[in-house]
Design a protein around this ligand. Structure first.
Ligand code: BGC
Length: 418
């Protein structure tokens, strides 16, 4: 071969490499989500990096705001413009609403090839599928009826974890006496709802939760049990700090991490913040089921719904869905996020004690029939009913409605939203 020929060959090889590179770079997913806190972003990075290794680049569309209500507004604008993102973080009934609009992609072939039917829990599949077809890849299972305690503050208060509302109030009094904020809470509707649903479960038990929240039964919504729930909510408010209004959940978690507050009621995404701050369960913090709710699990699962974005992005989209269900990813992501795997075939070996408890509680609740959807996080009611209920809960917590008025308004608001 002459030098000239070798030169041409080298140029040709370079050209092929460049073309391959360009083809790879063209594979991209655009992802809309609300994972903007430190712990959430760290977990999402695991997915971004895994996809990058497969030559799929990530176009990020973060919309801050827990529980995703701001994200839903952003999504509406994109879908209306006929330009949906590739994948969107969605919860429960929202998956149904979007699928109903005919904008979902179909993941049946991939799901069949990878055997999703056998490993994704039925409670999740009920939302991952629309009209019998897979439209979403479930990422995790979170649960909302948790209480996160600063271990040093708890020890100072006698070290005993509360098991019912009375013991919780007694502990909060002790935190108050220590001169710290007793209960770190952020006053926004979804957080008010997250606290409220835990109190409903604690005060009324699982059967009452089913009637009042899952069935939105008018009699349950204005019952004496519900009166106790609202009274307890008013009492809990006396343990908040004066700056609670409008505060994001992760800033409240930070108060408990720093020992400026004793406890926070929050879903287990809050553990992601503790871990990110290099804190250890059992040593720096204690995770317990919200007092009085042991034995039941209020769940919400993040799912990436895939939108119909045409053939060009199809391959990248399927790679993303497959990456999400990959067992190694399920471990790597969920150990950082604070959630537990969305698959039933993952060992708890690599998980910390809080997650081990989460997985055990989940299995137990699922077999006992006490695994129930979270209202504030979209797994109990469609968005319209959820928003109507959250409105009443928030107005009552802020003193704009008396308990008597809230008991009257709650069933009315539900009926109007249906
Ligand atoms: C999501 C979590 C998220 C939390 C706070 C919940 O609705 O399921 O993944 O961490 O909101 O942003």
């Amino acid at each position: 071969m002459t030098i000239r020929m070798m030169g041409r060959l080298a140029a040709g090889i370079a050209m092929i490499a460049m073309t391959a590179g360009a083809a790879k770079a063209a594979e991209q997913v655009e992802v809309l989500h609300w994972w903007t806190s430190g712990g959430e972003a760290a977990a999402l990075n695991v997915l971004k990096e895994n996809l990058q290794k497969e030559g799929v680049s990530w176009k990020d569309m973060p919309v801050a705001g827990g529980a995703g209500s701001a994200a839903m507004t952003a999504l509406r604008a994109r879908v209306t413009a006929g330009d949906p993102p590739t994948a969107v973080q969605l919860l429960g009934f929202d998956l149904r609403d979007w699928s109903e609009m005919g904008v979902a992609a179909n993941l049946d072939d991939l799901a069949k090839k990878e055997g999703w039917d056998k490993v994704i829990p039925a409670a999740l599949q009920a939302f991952s599928k629309y009209d019998g077809h897979w439209v979403a890849a479930p990422v995790n299972i979170h649960s909302t009826n948790w209480l996160w305690l600063n271990k040093a503050a708890l020890d100072k208060a006698g070290g005993k974890a509360p098991t019912n509302m009375d013991e919780l109030f007694a502990l909060l009094d002790k935190f108050k006496a220590q001169g710290i904020t007793a209960l770190a809470h952020g006053g926004v509707p979804w957080q008010d709802g997250t606290l409220w649903e835990a109190v409903v479960l604690s005060v009324g038990g699982p059967d009452f939760y089913k009637k009042a929240v899952l069935d939105a039964d008018p009699a349950a919504l204005s019952s004496d049990t519900m009166k106790k729930v609202f009274d307890d909510m008013s009492k809990l408010r006396t343990y908040f700090d004066p700056n609670f209004s409008g505060r994001e959940w992760n800033l409240s978690t930070a108060l408990v991490i720093e020992g400026k507050a004793g406890a926070q009621e929050m879903g287990d995404w809050s553990k992601g913040e503790w871990l990110r701050a290099k804190k250890e369960p059992g040593k720096d913090f204690v995770c317990i089921r919200f007092p009085g709710t042991q034995g039941s699990v209020l769940f919400n699962a993040d799912q990436f719904m895939m939108f119909d974005v045409g053939e060009k992005q199809r391959d990248a989209q399927l790679k993303m869905a497959s990456a999400v269900e990959n067992p190694a990813f399920q471990i790597a992501f969920n150990t950082v996020k604070g959630s537990v795997p969305a698959r039933t075939d993952i060992s708890d070996e690599k998980f910390d004690d809080c997650a081990k408890k989460g997985m055990k509680d989940l299995a137990e609740a699922s077999s006992k029939g006490t695994l129930m959807g979270s209202l504030a996080h979209g797994y109990a009611q469609p968005a319209a009913v959820k928003e109507a209920m959250l409105d009443v809960i928030t107005q009552h917590l802020n003193g704009q409605l008396t308990t008597e008025a809230a008991l009257k308004r709650l069933p009315e608001a539900v009926a109007a939203a249906k």
